[in-house]
Structure formats: C-alpha cells, structure tokens
Ligand binder design. Structure first.
Ligand code: DI6
Ligand code: FE
Length: 404
C-alpha cells in the first residue's frame, strides 16, 4: 500500500506538462505524500491506497499560481496622482511637484517594518484569493541601505504571516534617490558596495533586479550590478526595454538572467538570445494598460524562438496597481493576443522558471503539492473572466489553506 496522505479524485487536471493543451487529463487523480505530489494520472489507473479521498466534484485542478514580479511593499499609494493625471497633469509635472516614484520612496522611508507589512497584507490577500501560492516581492522604494533592508524584512514577514512562498528580489537600482541627484555613479557604488552585500549577508535577497532604462540605470551600470550579484552567488533579473530599446533583452541573456521583464521595446535578436539562454520573458500587461502603452512586446519573436513567457501583476503604486493575477491572464490575452493556454503557463510553469523554482508550476510527481481547485468548465475560463474567478479550494505544501 502507498504511503500517501491524500488523494484528489473526480477532477480534471491542467498538469501544464506534456503535449496535450494545458497538459489536460480528464477524470484524473492527484495523490499527495506530505508536502509533495506523489502520483498524477487517470483515475482508472490509480493504484490501491489507504489515504483519504477528496471528491473534487468535477473541478479543474491547476498548479498553485505564481506571481513572479511584484512591488507589493510600499508606503502610501498614488491614487490622488492617478486622478491628477486623468485631469491632464503630465508625469513630469507630478514628479516636479514631489509626486511619482519619489513620493512612494518618501512614504516608504517614513514607514516602520510593521506599517509596511500592514499596508501590504490586503494586497497580498487579494492575490492569494486568486489562487497564488508563490509570490515574488521586490525592494526598490527604500533606496537607502536601511530602508531597502526594511522592505526585504517586511517581505519575509509576509511569508510567515500568510500561506504563500515569498521570494525576495533586491531592486536597489530602481530609481535614483533625490539626495543623489546628479551623482548617479555614487549611488550605483552604494548599491554595489553597501546595499547588496548587506542584503546578501542577512539572507534577505533571493535575487537581484535592475531597472535598465533612460530614466533609470544604464546598460553598463546594470552589468556592474549583475557582476556584484553573481559574486555573491545571487541570480539576476532585469526590468528590460519597457519604455525604449536599451538592448536589455540581450543584456539579460548574456548575464544568464532568470528573466527579463516588460520587453515592449525589445528587438528580435534580443529575444532569440533570451530563448537560447533560457531567460524567461515576463510580460506585464497591467503596466502596459495603465501607462496606455501602444508598443506590443514582440510576441511573434517569442513564439518563433520558443522563449518561455510568463505573466505577472507588477503590483506597484504607479504603473500597475493590480490586485488580481487572473485579471492579468485576461489582459495578456486581450492586449497581447496570448492564448489562454499561454496565459495559464505564464502564471504557473513559466512563472516558476522566472523565479528559478524547479519544484513547482506543474502537476507532476516529486513537485510541491501546491494546487488550486476551480469550479470551471475548462481552463480557458481562467483567462475569459476579467478577474473574479476564485478557486474553490487551495492546497499549499499538501495542506488545505483556503476553501471558498
Ligand atoms: N517599471 C515600472 O513600471 C514601475 N517600476 C519599474 O521599474 C514603476 C514604479 C512606480 O511608478 O512606482
Ligand atoms: Fe516592475
């Protein structure tokens, strides 16, 4: 008899692996042993076992969703600025009046770790309610050593307070803080010599990210920060080619980055390099929508080269105040013409790859038992609705953590 802890039967499985669309297996069964998936297959082939059987009553089971790019932690918000922008104020005018990203930096610096956690919890809960079991959270609104570390500590605290795996990313090179105006080289030196080593020493960073853009950091600065990250044994990611073609896709590929994110202005050679390097393309339709971008990420090149594509919320107070990953699936389809299958792969298998996590994102023996059960007729329904499709039940690490 198998040493299983639970078996889910009377379910359809979107395993997200194999040749069939969605890796679909109708009338399947999933067996768990502790925090791992032990067996996946057709119910008719389920071996004899003594574990309790859960009747899923025809639900679809997907891997727990992975939101692989968020700036979930920040002080305040920018709702008032959103209203001003709609009344015609330009981004520059708002920035000159002390708004924009710098206002978030000021509010974040002024908040305690507890206040940052309390502000982020409702946002985290909204994403968890969508079936998210793994989330990446970046720093990048502190922009001084103490405030960046405080953001990362708050991110770690969130992972202890809620049933979700938190992966932290150090993004000290997100923007130039006001006190370094005109001294960008000094700030990059601070990132490399002080902030990054401190984050690594405290075990607060699982990865390192840079915003490479005309209004942020140059390709050369990016390469130096990446080299420092690698010397500390940390994988890298890149905010690449969001507003202009900075050669970010190729730079990320050359660095062996886990992912390059945004990519609206990336050229086809950069995408080919990413595909060859195994760098995941993370598309962020929330930011595309809110900034009313018109330049599409190079979807055709991504498909042609077989580059893996993920979708994420980019939850942040400026360009993507997004609180639903299934809404991002819909936007990925509507704005970027992804298929619903690509969208689901983008928040499961490929999102896990964008975080360097080989132990999740698919339903397969040996992987983590992170599952979401949905009362839907087929997996395309997850992309069809504009958010609001909520899992009936979520299992994380083999433990039932939520039931609608
Ligand atoms: N790209 C973005 O769209 C956000 N950060 C980034 O690197 C904007 C962040 C903000 O406006 O607060
Ligand atoms: Fe971002």
């Amino acid at each position: 008899m198998r040493d299983w802890s639970a078996v889910y039967v009377n379910a359809h499985l979107a395993t997200m692996e194999g040749a069939a669309p969605y890796g679909a297996l109708r009338d399947g069964a999933v067996a768990l042993a502790g925090d791992r998936i032990a067996w996946v297959g057709a119910r008719t082939e389920l071996p004899r076992h003594g574990a309790p059987e859960h009747d899923c009553r025809g639900a679809w089971i997907t891997p727990g969703l992975v939101d692989c790019h968020t700036h979930l932690i920040f002080g305040g918000d920018r709702a008032a600025e959103f209203e001003l922008r709609l009344k015609g104020a330009s981004y520059e005018e708002i920035a000159r009046a002390g708004g924009g990203i710098r206002s978030t930096v000021a509010r974040t610096r002024g908040a305690t770790e507890q206040e940052l956690v309390a502000a982020a919890l409702p946002r985290l809960d909204a994403l968890i309610a969508d079936g998210v079991t793994t989330i990446e959270i970046k720093s990048g609104y502190g922009l001084d050593t103490e405030s960046e570390l405080r953001m990362l500590r708050a991110a770690r605290a969130l992972g202890r307070l809620r049933p979700v795996t938190v992966r932290t990313t150090f993004l000290g090179a997100h923007a130039l803080p006001p006190e370094y105006e005109g001294r960008q080289a000094d700030y990059v030196a601070l990132v490399i010599d002080a902030m990054l080593p401190a984050a690594a020493r405290e075990g607060l960073a699982d990865a390192v990210d840079v915003f490479a853009e005309k209004i942020a950091f140059t390709p050369d600065e990016t390469r130096r920060i990446f080299a420092a990250a690698k010397a500390l044994g940390l994988p890298v990611k890149l905010h690449a080619d969001q507003l202009s073609d900075q050669g970010g896709a190729a730079l990320a590929a050359a660095a062996g980055a886990l992912s390059a994110d945004h990519l609206e202005f990336s050229n086809d050679d950069g995408i080919a390099a990413m595909a060859a390097a195994g760098t995941v393309a993370v598309l962020l339709p929330g930011a595309f929508l809110v900034l009313r971008e018109t330049r599409q990420p190079p979807i055709a090149a991504l498909r042609r080269t077989g580059c893996r594509v993920a979708l994420a919320s980019d939850c942040n107070p400026g360009s993507s105040p997004a609180l639903s990953l299934t809404l991002m699936m819909h936007l990925g389809c509507t704005l970027f013409r992804l298929t619903p299958e690509e969208a689901l792969a983008g928040v499961t298998r490929n999102a896990a790859a964008a975080l360097g996590l080989a132990d999740r994102g698919r339903l397969a023996p040996g992987l983590r038992a992170d599952l979401a059960l949905w009362d839907i007729a087929g997996p395309e329904a997850l992309s069809y609705w504009l958010g609001g499709v909520r899992p009936r039940q979520v299992v994380r690490g083999g433990i039932e953590v939520a039931r609608a």
